[in-house]
Design a protein around this ligand. Structure first.
Ligand code: NAP
Ligand code: ZN
Length: 346
C-alpha cells in the first residue's frame, strides 16, 4: 500500500488531518498528486450523514486537479508529469447499456463514487481527494486542457459537469430562456455555461445580495425569489430551470416559472420531493433530474470550458483551513467555490 496524508471526518461538521493508504497501482491505474480539490456542498451533506461507526473513514473530495506521478503497466493515455482532472466517478462496470452509451454516471450496477464508494476490485471503501494523492483508473481521469487554471478548473469536474449534463440533454442554445435557481458553486457555473451556449439567462436567488455578481457572470436578468411580484412577472417564461438549491425546498414556486413544455431540472438537493401534479399539468411542464456526467460528456464539457474560457470563481485556501471552508459553505458565505490547495500536505 502507498501512504499519503489527507483530511478525514471527525464528526458531522469537521475533519482532521490523518494518514491514509492508497492501493498499489493496478495495470490501468495512474497515481495523481492532488494539487487542488474543490469543496462541494455534497461534502457538507456527506459529513452530516456519515456514520462514524460504519467502519471506513470518510475522506471527502470529488473534484480535483493534479499531476500524474506514476502509471500502471498498461496505461496508454497518460505519462508522468501530465496535468489531469478527476471528478466524482472513478469506475463503472463498462459493459451495461448505460456504460456502453457513455453514461457511466448511470451504470446499472452503480458507478464507483470517488469517495464513499465501493472499489470494484477489492471491495474497499473509496477515500476522496481531500488528500495529497489519489489513485484512479486512467479511463476516469481527463487531460487538463492547457490554458485552464488548475485551481479554478477543479470545480468543473463536479459542479461543472453536473450542470453541463442537463444543459446539453435539454439542448440549450440561443433560442432558449434558461433560469438558474441558487447562485452557488453549481449555479454560477450553470450561468457561465448557459450564457456561453447562447441562452438568455436569468438567476433566481434569495434576496438581492447576488444581483451584481449574477450580471457580472453574464446573466441577462436577476429575480429575487422572495419578491412575489417579481416571481409572478416571470411566471411561465423559462424553457429550462436548473434548480441547484442545496436544501429541501418547495418546488412549486420554481415550477411556476417554467414555460409551456419546459423543464425543471432538479440537480441540487436530491432528497424526497413533493409536488402538486397540477403544477405540472398547467402548461404541460416536465420535472427532470440528473447526476454528474459520463466520460464523453465530461470530456466535452472540459473542451467547451477551455474553448470559452470558463472556470469557477474560486477562493483558494490552504488545505489546513478546510474546516473554515466547510463552515463558511454551510453559511452560504462563498463566492463561488472554495478550493483547497493541497501543497501544505507535503
Ligand atoms: P452551494 O455552493 O452551497 O450553493 C447552493 C445555493 O443554494 C446557495 O448558494 C443558495 O443560493 C441556494 N440555497 C441554499 N439554501 C437554500 C434554501 N433553503 N432555499 C433556497 N435556496 C437555497 O452548493 P453547491 O455545491 O452548488 O451544491 C448545490 C446542491 O447540489 C447540493 O445539495 C449538492 O449536494 C448538490 N449536488 C448534486 C450533484 C448531482 O450530481 N446532481 C452534484 C453536485 C452537487 P442563493 O444564495 O442564490 O439563494
Ligand atoms: Zn460535488
Amino acid at each position: 500500500m502507498r501512504t499519503t496524508t489527507g483530511w478525514r471526518a471527525t464528526g458531522p461538521e469537521t475533519v482532521a488531518r490523518t494518514q491514509l493508504t492508497r492501493r498499489e497501482l493496478r495495470p490501468d491505474d495512474i497515481a495523481v498528486r492532488v494539487d487542488f480539490c474543490g469543496v462541494c456542498h455534497s461534502d457538507v451533506h456527506a459529513l452530516r450523514t456519515h456514520d462514524e461507526h460504519a467502519g471506513a473513514p470518510l475522506v471527502p473530495g470529488h473534484e480535483f486537479t493534479g499531476v500524474v506521478t506514476g502509471t500502471g503497466a498498461e496505461v496508454t493515455a497518460f505519462s508522468v508529469g501530465d496535468g489531469v482532472a478527476v471528478g466524482n466517478i472513478v469506475d463503472s462496470c463498462g459493459t451495461c447499456a448505460m456504460c456502453v452509451a457513455g453514461q457511466e454516471n448511470y451504470c446499472r450496477s452503480f458507478p464507483t463514487l470517488t469517495y464513499g464508494g465501493t472499489d470494484r476490485v477489492d471491495g474497499s471503501t473509496t477515500l476522496g481527494a481531500y488528500s495529497r494523492e489519489y489513485v484512479v483508473r486512467e479511463g476516469f481521469a481527463y487531460a487538463l486542457p492547457a490554458g485552464l487554471d488548475p485551481a479554478a478548473a477543479a470545480p468543473l469536474l463536479c459542479a461543472g459537469v453536473t450542470v453541463w449534463e442537463p444543459l446539453r440533454a435539454l439542448r440549450v442554445g440561443p433560442d432558449n430562456r434558461v433560469a438558474v435557481a441558487g447562485l452557488g458553486g453549481l449555479g454560477h457555473l450553470a450561468v457561465k455555461m448557459a450564457v456561453a451556449l447562447g441562452a438568455t439567462t436569468t438567476v433566481i436567488s434569495r434576496g438581492d445580495g447576488k444581483r451584481d455578481d449574477a450580471l457580472r457572470l453574464g446573466a441577462h436578468s436577476f429575480v429575487d425569489s422572495t419578491d412575489e411580484q417579481r416571481m409572478a412577472e416571470v411566471r411561465d417564461t423559462f424553457d429550462v430551470v436548473i434548480d441547484t438549491v442545496s436544501a429541501p425546498h418547495d418546488l412549486a414556486p420554481y415550477l411556476r416559472t417554467v414555460a409551456t413544455d419546459g423543464t425543471l431540472s432538479l440537480v441540487g438537493y436530491l432528497g424526497q420531493v413533493t409536488i402538486e401534479a397540477t403544477d405540472l399539468l398547467m402548461g404541460r411542464k416536465k420535472l427532470s433530474s440528473s447526476g454528474s456526467g459520463g466520460r464523453p460528456g465530461t470530456a466535452e464539457m472540459l473542451r467547451f470550458c477551455a474553448d470559452n474560457g470558463i472556470v469557477a470563481d474560486v477562493e483558494v485556501l490552504p488545505s489546513a483551513q478546510v474546516n473554515t471552508a466547510l463552515d463558511r459553505l454551510r453559511r452560504n458565505d462563498v463566492r463561488y467555490r472554495f478550493v483547497l490547495d493541497m501543497s501544505d500536505l507535503g
